[in-house]
Design a protein around this ligand. Structure first.
Ligand code: BES
Ligand code: ZN
Ligand code: ZN
Length: 508
């Protein structure tokens, strides 16, 4: 989608459809009514008949007379002014493109709220509003239709989005925001596409190849270890999990460096299980297909690598992706096996379906090599986390309150929210093993936390946060600007986190 900004009057705003944001407020309503009643025949009557009040999520299509460049107008309800938030603008942007879909509709416009429309929003800056509207509009236009061969199924979204303002804005600043927003959203699409891709398309080798291609295109370096190197390095967890699959594992190391000294190094680790059958502790058939998305953590890390490289953020970012299938083949690892991880610690396998933590253990132990200022891992790790938090927040655990706080802030800003779960000492004994340093499952209670505790056993001397994205990265139900399936969760969160971290270090 092409994004532009234009200064234009309502009449001259050139797009097939132009959307107006309408708050639920009588006075402001009158304001916009004054303007629109001049171009929409019987405007007041139509509003009455349709009973449009400006409630959040309400949409009304109107057809102006020939006095407007646009052939269709959308009124989009924003709810009460005092409850406006950037998230509401994202949702509104998404509604505009969704309702503006249709044959013949190539361009969509959204009028910025200002004096001539709904009145300026005193709580948010024009820059933030533009960013949120554009973000919602682009993200809302996503559809995974790669394998739909019948063209009719390929509903086309508008090709161009223009943000209009009747007032004078700083065009240069807004254009820069739009360019940046486009990069961020495209990186989210990378993550969504990877997660949604079926297991016969994305498997360890093809995921590694994707990362390599992406690195070449966007300017980060990528190395990928093959099976022999993984074995040599002593990644026993990754070797064990991959042993039941005909497809060999990979360990992908991505490095983005801004070419500046005195920058931080942040390591991102993503669980890359390209299909999780459960292995010998096999999963039930119902719902197993979803497990093609068990590499959504890796997808978010790759998406974020693309994003930071394209935005040229002044921070070094290392992306680590251990990737494998979890299959019950003849050579599969078994319950009762004992595995030696990178760094020498051992784990007893009680359930081969708790495989994510086994491959993350190797990668997290290896992360010390980079002397990171912080390590963040993302993993679709436990069903227990989905039971606890559903799809609206990722489970967050870690060893550093400041880092945890920074992710919380970035989560609230982007609405990719995180919620902390406690790694209290008392939970540790649930994963005690009689025969190894640790056991890979911790019983029925607090499953997301015992998984976090397992990871904690393998981290090095660094600040660390673990995000269990099982509920947020693979959606059972569509969200306002994300369909069912891969949501791309994590890309916006991590990008915002990195931007905040950079801003915090730069003296103003
Ligand atoms: N990939 C799953 C976790 C998962 C479940 C992600 C549902 C998304 C939706 C993970 O590998 C797994 O199977 N975890 C087990 C752990 C258990 C055996 C301790 C689980 O959550 O049941
Ligand atoms: Zn599993
Ligand atoms: Zn899994």
């Amino acid at each position: 989608m092409k994004l532009t900004y234009q200064h234009a009057t309502i009449r001259a705003a050139e797009a097939d459809v132009v959307a107006f944001l309408v708050p639920r407020d009588k006075e402001l309503f009158n304001e916009i009514g004054n303007t629109l009643s001049k171009v929409v025949p019987r405007f007041e009557d139509v509003l009455d008949i349709e009973d449009f009040k400006g409630k959040e999520g309400e949409v009304l299509a109107l057809y102006p007379d020939g006095k407007m460049a646009a052939s269709k107008v959308l009124l989009i309800g924003m709810g009460e002014v005092k409850y406006l938030s950037l998230e509401k603008y994202r949702r509104c942007g998404s509604l505009a493109v969704k309702r503006g879909r249709g044959t013949g509709i190539k361009t969509i416009g959204i009028m910025l709220p200002d004096a001539a429309t709904m009145g300026a929003d005193p709580q948010h800056s024009v820059e933030d509003i533009v960013r949120a509207l554009a973000e919602g509009a682009i993200l809302g236009s996503y559809k995974y239709d790669k394998y739909l061969t019948d063209r009719k199924h390929k509903e086309s979204s508008a090709r161009e989005l223009t943000i209009f303002s009747t007032g004078k804005q700083d065009e240069r600043v807004l254009k820069k925001i739009l360019t940046e927003t486009k990069v961020i959203c495209e990186s989210v699409f990378t993550a969504r596409n990877l997660a949604n891709a079926p297991g016969n398309e994305i498997y360890p080798e093809s995921l590694a190849a994707f990362a390599e291609e992406s690195g070449k295109r966007h300017g980060f370096s990528v190395r990928s270890w093959e099976k022999d190197e993984i074995l040599q390095a002593g990644f026993g967890g990754l070797m064990a999990v991959s042993s039941g699959s005909a497809r060999p594992p990979r360990f992908v190391i991505m490095e983005y460096s801004p070419g500046k000294k005195d920058v931080e190094t942040i390591v991102l680790v993503g669980k890359g299980v390209t299909f999780d059958s459960g292995g010998i502790s096999i999963k039930p058939a119902a719902g197993m297909a979803e497990m093609k998305m068990d590499m959504a953590g890796a997808a978010a890390v790759i998406g974020t690598m693309e994003c930071v490289s394209r935005l040229k953020l002044p921070v070094s970012v290392i992306g680590l992706v251990p990737t494998t299938e979890n299959m019950p083949g003849a050579a599969a690892f078994r319950p009762g096996d004992i595995v030696t991880h990178y760094g020498g610690k051992t784990s007893e396998i009680d359930n081969t379906d708790a495989e994510g933590r086994l491959i993350l253990a190797d990668a997290l132990a290896y992360a010390v090599t980079f002397q990171p200022d912080a390590v963040i891992d993302l993993a679709t790790l436990t069903g227990a986390c989905v039971v606890a938090l559903g799809q609206h927040a990722a489970g967050m655990m870690g060893n550093d309150d400041e880092l945890i706080g920074q992710l919380k802030v970035a989560g609230d800003t982007t609405y990719e929210r995180v919620w902390q779960l406690p790694l209290y000492d008392e939970y540790e004994k649930q994963i005690k093993s009689d025969v190894a340093d640790v056991k890979n499952v911790g019983g029925r209670w607090a499953g997301a936390i015992t998984a976090g505790w397992f990871l904690k056993k393998f981290i090095g001397d660094y600040r660390w946060v673990h995000l269990d994205v099982a509920g947020t990265a693979m959606l059972d139900e569509a969200q306002p600007y994300s369909p069912r399936g891969g949501s791309g969760y994590g890309v916006r969160l991590l990008t915002q986190f990195l931007k905040n971290r950079i801003a915090g270090r730069t003296p103003k």
